[in-house]
Ligand binder design. Structure first.
Ligand code: SIN
Ligand code: MN
Length: 207
């Protein structure tokens, strides 16, 4: 662990919060669950355009997107099974970092192969605006963009997120715009087949 960086009011970065052993442990936990709840490629509301990112979820709720819109649901859209339980390591990390009074209810798992990216957006589909969002990076570096809470066109900044980094945004930053401009392919050998896995923990219902 190498301290805390306040990127913006309410937005905290802990570079290298997970050491190499913890990253490997978490990756094992993730891949074990992905065997039950495989990555799939979501599509955009209305247009049905496929995402460049592949997704799955852990926990009681999962975030999904398809032609009908964005929503949380309790089952995998392809297998129809309940999402696997959240890894203990992530539940503990949520407790240590957020100090929120209730556990997270969704862990969105994003897989970025080399050409994947994610456009600027706000996390707005939850009924718990008082709970922060916690985000963990594994594998290749990401060039992450953030800034502004009221309009998409405002000034933004970029920061490099590396494997083991943990980011939290809450309070005045809870609705900050954020996205991933690109992945630095080959910057890590952690993820089999290459790429980056991002785990985003959220409270979905009012606590
Ligand atoms: C997201 O906002 O869903 C993902 C952000 C990231 O991959 O770091
Ligand atoms: Mn997001």
């Amino acid at each position: 662990m190498s301290g805390t960086i306040e990127l913006a009011p309410g937005m905290m970065l802990w570079p290298g919060r997970l050491d190499a052993d913890a990253q490997r442990q978490l990756l094992r936990d993730v891949l074990e669950r992905v065997a039950q709840a495989p990555f799939y490629r979501p599509t955009m509301p209305r247009t049905g355009t496929p995402f460049s990112v592949e997704m799955t979820n852990f926990g009681p709720f999962g975030w999904v997107s398809d032609r009908n819109g964005y929503r949380y649901q309790k089952h995998h859209p392809v297998t129809d099974a309940q999402w696997p339980a959240m890894p203990e390591l992530l539940l503990n990390l949520w407790g240590e970092t957020t100090a929120y009074r209730a556990p997270p209810e969704a862990c969105l798992v994003n897989l970025y192969r080399s050409d994947a990216r994610m456009g600027l957006h706000q996390d707005m589909d939850e009924d718990a605006p008082d709970a922060p969002v916690l985000s963990v990076s594994l594998g290749d570096n990401a060039l992450y963009r953030f800034g502004g809470t009221t309009k998409r066109g405002g000034p933004t900044k970029s920061v490099k997120l590396e494997s083991g980094d943990v980011l939290m945004f809450g309070g005045p930053a809870r609705f900050i715009y954020h996205g991933v401009d690109r992945i630095q392919a080959g910057s890590s050998t952690l993820v089999p087949g290459g790429g980056r896995i991002n785990l985003t923990l959220r409270r979905v219902t009012a606590a």
